[in-house]
Design a protein around this ligand. Structure first.
Ligand code: IVH
Length: 676
């Protein structure tokens, strides 16, 4: 059986490589999924053959602890930047003088994502660390493993141990899709794919990382036994081991070749599926690189040439303000239409009051608009020389443009908010849209136009009204037929089964997203306890800090919300955790604080977390002298291990742990706990 599992793993690895690295799949997605499922089933049936680098491990798990900090063996330096070909020429001259012999350069695209350092030992990915401060970074191995174009196991003739560095990227198409989803959920948009990629890599939940479809290109090998004497050939070797190396990598013999590369890619890069912000020029020979060495911050053998962001100058006509579901007020500049990177720009985001202030904006100003890596153009400066007649200074509004309420600004937040949650039209409508959305109550038939219509007709004033909509009232409205009206009613009925944690999420409490809603539901068990939770009780919950606690307190301090919740309860919505989830399986772990670390064969980390709670224990994130023991899996984080050893905290492996709970280990297929 072991051989069969291994063969299937190899086969799936090859298909992953064909698909994600070579972009030429040889089987259909359907066939791939079938094979992956087959492997998942075999691995579940034969946990003794578990492998942390199996293709099944790329789907991620719900890990919920901070990242370990790891020191870089070789510091992660940055590159000197240049913005003109003249400066590239200066670099060339410096190198020429210093080496005093012939040399070659390699030109590469400068990918605009987040850098990563991977360590491979015996052909297996053992660690992935972010740049951090250059000296040490976060160990994000579990998240990186979900990126399909990164090989977990290498092929061919690779060195025993080496590091490879590259850029993790979110392709434009994924970025656009993600932002569309976030817009619908009224979550803050990512400004560019770089922020989206680095934000994703720092997520605590690798299953979400897996769903974000990140990609990666590699451009730098480090180690004692690299196969070749020059950079270009090493990259080609890395490609043969399974890494994605950009085909836009060229050996250049002279400055003219470099200039041709720059000019070609300044135009062509716009057709690439990922963001680039320049090119990197490196000395090819490793020996010459060594001779040139490093300054304190960057290598002397490489330089980055940054592409100019496209700019235009246009007139600022006015500033308008948009109010979102959460009450956040976004200022938007209305401009004379201008052509920029092939599109007509009429509006630009001004982000917040501080940005308006720092630009010293006046109506009628000629402003510079840029569309760098950003999807939404931004105003970068005012052309003060063109300011002949000075218009009114742009002052952030004091009152909500929709309902007139005085705006507030919470400490530490850049945004202004309209606090009139229950009477400001876009907030009321936005809250309803959120309430019915798929991840919340999942009520069909109530799109934003229908909600608007019902609101205008006074049939919906708050989310509880949704359950009192009557078919005749709905039908009377011009755009709704009988069938749609019945569909809405049926869907409302069905939504009464939606579990408590999703009901909390659906309420649209500011800063309470899906994960926080789950945490609140599991910590407080029912709406009454949550309603009366004190600040201190709230902040003891994992991942809930001051900002969220304050927001929850504010929500429950409002009488109107309490009345509305009472109505929702009377309609039969789930206002407490289901019996199953409340079920206590025993008190074998009563009073114990347990840290989970590493990867496991028999249950996912989330399953272990639930098991701990169901047996009366507490799952905590970091090791301290109060930790009772560590539930330790494979590849436990080195920092945690060190800390455990220095404090004398016991390590318990998963079999020992399951034995403590009354030996459920043979029952893996029928997991005895209950999960959300
Ligand atoms: S080489 C010692 N090559 O740009 C220098 N970097 O400012 C190692 N980057 O931190 C970096 N594409 O995140 C190199 N082809 C490329 C690159 C590249 C993007 C990023 C990388 C680095 C930053 C340098």
């Amino acid at each position: 059986m072991k051989t069969q599992i291994e063969l299937l793993r190899r086969e799936l690895e090859q298909h992953n490589y064909n698909y994600y690295v070579l972009s030429s799949p040889t089987i259909s997605d359907f066939e791939f999924d079938a094979k992956l499922r087959e492997l998942q089933e075999l691995e579940a049936a034969y946990p003794e053959f578990f492998d942390p680098n199996s293709p099944t491990q790329r789907v991620g798990s719900d890990i919920a602890s901070g990242f370990e900090q790891v020191a870089h063996v070789y510091p992660m330096l940055s590159l000197g930047n240049t913005y003109s070909e003249g400066e590239v020429q200066d670099f060339y001259e410096r190198v020429r003088k210093s080496l005093n012999e012939d040399f070659e350069l390699v030109c590469e695209l400068k990918y605009d994502g987040t850098s990563i350092s991977l360590t491979y030992e015996e052909g297996v990915l053992v660690r992935a660390v972010t740049r951090g401060d250059g000296e040490k970074g976060d160990d994000v191995t579990a998240n990186v493993k979900t990126i399909r174009s990164i090989p977990l196991r290498l092929q061919g003739n690779y060195p025993d141990k080496f590091e490879i560095r590259g850029e993790i990227l979110m392709p434009w198409a994924v970025f656009d899709e993600l932002n569309k989803e976030r817009e619908a959920q009224e979550e803050q948009l990512f400004a560019n794919p770089r922020n989206a990629a680095s934000g994703t890599l720092k997520l605590q939940n690798s299953a979400v990382v897996a769903s974000r479809k990140l990609d990666a290109f590699f451009y730098y090998l480090l180690g004692e036994n690299l196969p070749c004497e020059n950079h270009y050939d090493n990259l080609q070797a890395a490609h043969s081991w399974g890494f994605k190396i950009s085909t836009a990598t060229k050996v250049c013999k002279n400055l003219q070749d470099v200039s041709d590369f720059i000019n070609y890619w300044d135009v062509e890069r716009k057709n690439l599926p990922v963001a680039t912000d320049g090119i990197v020029i490196k000395v090819n020979s490793l020996n010459q690189q060594k001779n040139l060495g490093f300054t304190a911050k960057s290598p002397r053998w490489a330089i980055a040439y940054k592409f100019q962001a496209e700019k235009a100058v246009t007139r600022l006509n006015s500033v308008s303000y948009q109010v979102g579901r959460t009450g956040a007020v976004t200022p938007v500049a209305n401009l004379d239409p201008v052509q920029l990177s092939g599109t007509t720009v009429k509006r630009a985001s001004l982000h917040n009051a501080d940005i308006i202030e720092s630009l010293d904006l006046h109506i009628g100003d000629m402003v510079f608009v840029e569309k760098g890596g950003e999807i939404i153009p931004k105003i970068t400066a005012v052309d003060f020389d063109a300011r002949l007649l000075i218009g009114d200074k742009v002052q952030f509004i004091k009152n909500c443009p929709e309902c007139g309420a005085a705006l507030v600004r919470y400490e530490g937040e850049a945004a202004h908010y309209c606090p009139n949650e229950n009477a400001c039209p876009p907030q009321i409508k936005g809250k309803m849209e959120h309430f019915v959305s798929r991840k919340a109550m999942n009520i069909d038939g109530l799109g934003s136009e229908t909600i608007n219509l019902l609101y205008e007709n006074n049939l919906l004033n708050n989310i509880a009204d949704i359950y009192e909509l009557k078919v005749p009232d709905l039908v009377r409205l011009e755009r709704l037929g009988n069938k749609s009206a019945l569909n809405i009613k049926t869907s409302c009925e069905k939504s009464k089964e939606v579990p408590f944690e999703r009901v909390i999420f659906a309420l649209g409490i500011r800063f309470v997203g899906e994960t926080v809603a789950k945490k609140l539901a599991f910590a407080f068990k029912n709406i009454e306890t949550l309603e009366s939770a004190t600040y201190d009780e709230l902040i003891t919950v994992d991942e809930i800090g001051d900002r969220i606690a304050q927001s929850v307190m504010r929500y429950f301090a409002d009488e109107r919300n309490i009345k509305m919740l009472a109505r929702l309860k009377s309609f039969g919505l789930q206002m407490s955790l289901s019996e199953e989830k409340l079920q206590v399986a025993g008190d074998a772990l009563k009073g114990l604080s347990i840290v989970i670390s590493g990867t496991f064969a028999r249950h996912s980390r989330d399953e272990y977390k639930t098991l701990i709670e169901q047996h009366g224990g507490k799952n905590v994130g970091s090791v301290s002298s109060k930790t009772s023991f560590i539930l330790a899996g494979e590849n436990m984080g080195p920092e945690k291990l060190k800390k455990a050893q220095s404090l004398g905290v016991k390590l318990v492996n998963e079999d020992e742990f399951l034995t403590m709970l009354g030996d459920v280990k043979e029952e893996k297929k029928g997991f005895t706990g209950t999960l959300f």
